[in-house]
Design a protein. Structure first.
Length: 338
């Protein structure tokens, strides 16, 4: 078995063989992975990072019909999607159940996979802060994570109480065995094939909703003060969006508008002028909330979405600009504010 066959076998062990085959045909996998070890006894962390990203890519497009259609259409045109980054939202709050507060719930798993928070992004208008986590072995090739924290302490006491009731029931998706393997990865940068197969499902589960049922009055309270926290209430730590890195964003937007796809009204341009982003509008999903009589009722709420990004060369180093932009991010976050 080659290393690339091993990669997709690992992916299949978590999301199933049909999903792994679908990903192989539709998502660009960096050839530079070949430079890192893969054996039954020692799999380099870079392979596990890529396997997790592929699984999460599939999870999002499986939940976003417009995204699934887009990726399939790119495949039909002879192009594989270039997975640039995925975004998750966390809550900087002590009463977070079994989960570490805020981004710590994810730094504990991203850092052993080689990701480092290379820059902080104030999201002041949203009462949030963002961090760009970049995989340092293959920074240009492996999708980054944009991890954001919402800060309830900046909002009202009634808002904070609702936050506590929502996330206070959170369970930890990582077992003690998972944490042990992560600790070994952090130290040695390698794990065995058996450990990789054991760990990946736990990492995959971490990107989901870990708390229990949400009361409708709490959801309404959160929505009044923070559309982002209301989104976390129904979707948890799921991928908020994933992003396709394209060569010509204006051409991509023009084609999607021609196809009458649900596009954002404008393109966000970074202060440097080198990073340009836009997105589909978030899909609508059905989630159950507990009404005042204790009965679960279905509600239509914003789900996740697919974003598009173009990154230009930074003339100072001759590499593509891998940074994010606070203004761009806050504009993109509005996709789930409806």
């Amino acid at each position: 078995m080659t290393a690339f066959q091993g990669l997709f076998s690992l992916v299949a062990s978590t999301v199933g063989q049909p999903a792994a085959d679908w990903l192989k045909d539709r998502v660009e996998v960096p050839q530079a992975l070949e430079g890192f070890s893969w054996s039954d006894d020692a799999i380099h962390r870079v392979w596990l990072a890529e396997a997790l990203n592929l699984c999460l890519f599939h999870k999002l497009v499986d939940a976003v019909p417009d995204g699934l259609r887009y990726v399939n259409e790119q495949c039909e045109s002879g192009r594989k999607v270039v997975f640039d980054h995925g975004a998750i939202r966390t809550v900087d709050w002590a009463e977070n159940g079994e989960l570490p507060r805020g981004r710590q719930a994810f730094s504990r798993l991203l850092e052993p996979l080689g990701f480092t928070d290379v820059r902080t992004y104030p999201l002041t208008k949203l009462n949030m802060t963002g961090w760009g986590y970049r995989q340092m072995d293959l920074p240009e090739d492996i999708a980054q994570f944009f991890v954001s924290e919402l800060h309830p302490g900046r909002l009202s006491e009634s808002f904070q109480s609702a936050v506590s009731r929502v996330v206070g029931s959170s369970r930890d998706p990582l077992s003690s065995e998972d944490l042990s393997i992560l600790n070994c990865l952090r130290t040695t940068r390698h794990c065995s094939a058996q450990e990789a197969a054991q760990l990946l499902p736990g990492l995959y589960r971490a990107f989901g909703r870990q708390h229990g049922v949400v009361r409708e009055d709490d959801y309404r309270q959160l929505l009044r003060d923070s559309a982002e926290m209301a989104w976390i209430a129904t979707e948890g730590n799921s991928f908020n969006h994933l992003t396709d890195r394209v060569a010509d964003l204006e051409a991509t937007v023009g084609e999607q508008i021609r196809l009458e796809r649900p596009m954002k009204d404008s393109i966000e341009v970074s202060g440097s002028g080198r990073v340009m982003q836009t997105a589909y509008k978030a899909c609508t999903v059905s989630r159950h909330l507990l009404d005042s009589e204790g009965v679960l009722q279905a509600h239509s709420v914003p789900g996740s979405f697919v974003e598009f990004i173009q990154r230009k060369i930074d003339p100072e180093n001759g590499n593509i600009d891998l940074n994010f932009d606070s203004s761009n991010a806050q504009g993109i976050f509005k996709m789930t504010a409806s």
